[in-house]
Design a protein around this ligand. Structure first.
Ligand code: ADE
Length: 298
């Protein structure tokens, strides 16, 4: 209906509004990454050091910040660390979890704090402490082959939305159910036409949810969101960045084909390391492009 289009146009206009300071050279970049495997190649590339004092964050949280200077840019790479209970342990044989009522011993290698809750908190705290000019959320994603995605493709994201926040409460403004719209949370990302042209990355829409797998309801929402890639953090990072009017761009590398024959978790694990290398390459090219430029040059 017309009203839905009007509401969507209003959201778009807000997202595209020119922010002050767009002509200043970009100085501080915040790179938000959910998994250690995705983060470490970039820590090495940019020669970042870990902030061992954890000075940017409250005491007790597992969040990790690496920082350094690269090509004139002050780079901060943050990841939410390992889960405080299920994360890496010295005594893997002492770990148990309950599955279908029985205790299972498991080898705890590494459980990163993935998902929207950790990503939101980390992005919030990092913005407060570091006041970045630009946020880059980089990570892996599932891709839809029906929309042209292939393993190792890296997408520059044009729009983000959530696919697992269904709120069918009939609160409407001019016949548009606004609670539903709030849940979906569609946002255009910061527009980077020059970057897009220069690097020739694929461009597509991203849908975010807190599950690696996909139930039929999520699938319908992802299709409604017109998404080519699905992840577990992007729209949450965009929400927090939007609260503080910080421009954010999203690079998502495809580890698994969601509408393909292989089980997602298996395909994800199989490709994680190789795809993290492709992601590292793309992030490096983006950061090289950003160096010496202002927001309006992107
Ligand atoms: N990250 C990598 N693959 C994913 C998938 N299929 N769904 C959500 N996040 C992912």
């Amino acid at each position: 209906p017309e009203e839905t289009e009007a509401a969507a146009a209003a959201i778009e206009e807000e997202n595209l509004a020119v922010k002050p300071g767009g002509d200043r050279p970009i100085s501080t970049i915040l790179i938000v990454i959910a998994m250690q495997t995705e983060a470490l190649p970039l820590v090495a590339k940019f020669e970042l050091s870990e902030d061992l004092d954890r000075s940017a964050f409250p005491k007790g949280v597992p969040w990790v910040r690496y920082h350094g200077t690269y090509k004139g840019l002050d780079i901060n790479l943050v990841w939410p660390g390992k889960d405080t209970i299920l994360g890496e342990t010295q005594e893997p044989s002492n770990c148990f979890c309950q599955v279908n009522g029985s205790n299972l011993a498991f080898e705890a290698q590494s459980v990163d704090s993935v998902g929207t809750v950790s990503a939101s908190l980390l992005t919030y705290a990092s913005i407060q402490a570091l006041k970045p000019d630009l946020i880059i959320n980089a990570g892996t994603a599932g891709g839809f082959q029906a929309r042209g995605a292939c393993i190792k493709d890296v997408y520059l994201v044009s729009d983000v939305a959530f696919h697992d926040r269904r709120i069918p409460i009939p609160v409407s403004i001019h016949a548009t159910v606004v609670f539903d719209l709030y849940g979906i949370g569609t946002k255009r990302t910061f527009s980077t036409p020059y970057l897009e042209k220069e690097l020739g990355l694929k461009v597509g829409k991203l849908s975010t949810g807190d599950s690696l797998d996909m139930c039929p309801q999520d699938e319908s929402s992802i299709i409604a969101n017109d998404a080519t890639v699905k992840d577990m953090e992007g729209a949450a990072v965009a929400y927090v960045a939007g609260l503080f009017s910080i421009p954010a761009i999203f690079l998502k590398a495809v580890t698994d084909i969601v509408d393909g024959p292989k089980p997602t978790a298996e395909e994800f694990m199989e490709n994680l390391i190789a795809v993290s290398a492709a992601l590292h390459q793309a992030v490096t090219e983006v950061v090289d492009f950003i160096s010496g430029k202002s927001l309006s040059d992107l």
